[in-house]
Design a protein around this ligand. Structure first.
Ligand SMILES: [Zn+2]
Length: 207
């Protein structure tokens, strides 16, 4: 926990607030919901009672699945050395860097459904190329076992909802083989997103 003083953007009142810079998902299940509903970053002003958002760096660790996510809002970094956490036990974890709360939520959903985020990124890239408007963002939503499909939400560049799109599980499995061949630097929180997918494909074509 981290105590800070915030200034309400609505009424300009300064007030104390406690940020949560670390979450252990295997022990704090309630925080999972707080991430998925954005309430983790939502602050209610004690003076005017209005809500506002405070984004901050966050480390989310899941000891059960050995996954760790680092949120650094708006960072352009492609990777961050795992040593910054001061936790040697994370050495054996899958480490990912995210720069938006949307991608933080997406990673949680991907991992919870036992999927591989690298193959998901490749699937998204493949699906994006089929779209008329390619300047959009895809976010994984769910895996439907009965249909044998993966579903994604489509947002335009401004973040407005455009609809949803799906792909066969078969495509994902096929791309999983490709993704597992891409080199990943050990001990680093890596930002696995569209940029990563495009770069990895370019690099593998050059080899
Ligand atoms: Zn206020």
């Amino acid at each position: 926990m981290q105590d800070v003083t915030l200034t309400c953007p609505h009424c300009k009142t300064e007030h104390p607030h406690t940020l949560t810079p670390f979450i252990d998902l295997s022990r704090q299940q309630k925080q999972r919901l707080a991430i998925l509903t954005d309430s983790l970053f939502s602050v209610t002003c004690p003076a005017c009672k209005k809500q506002y958002t405070v984004l901050h760096e966050l480390l989310v660790v899941d000891e059960t699945t050995k996954m760790a996510l680092m949120l650094i809002p708006n960072t352009e970094h492609e990777q961050v050395d795992g040593k910054v956490t001061g936790r040697e036990d994370l050495d054996s974890y899958t480490l990912r860097l995210v720069n938006t709360t949307a991608s933080l939520k997406e990673k949680l959903l991907i991992w919870e459904q036992g999927l591989d985020d690298r193959s998901i990124e490749l699937s998204k890239l493949y699906l994006t190329l089929q779209l008329q408007e390619q300047d959009c963002q895809l976010f994984f939503t769910e895996q439907r076992e009965d249909e044998d499909k993966l579903y994604f939400t489509v947002l335009d560049r401004d973040g407005s909802l455009k609809g949803s799109i799906s792909c066969e599980n078969g495509l994902y499995s096929q791309l999983q083989e490709t993704a597992s061949g891409f080199p990943m630097e050990h001990g680093y929180f890596i930002r696995v997103d569209r940029q990563w997918a495009e770069k990895s494909i370019r690099n593998s074509a050059d080899r």
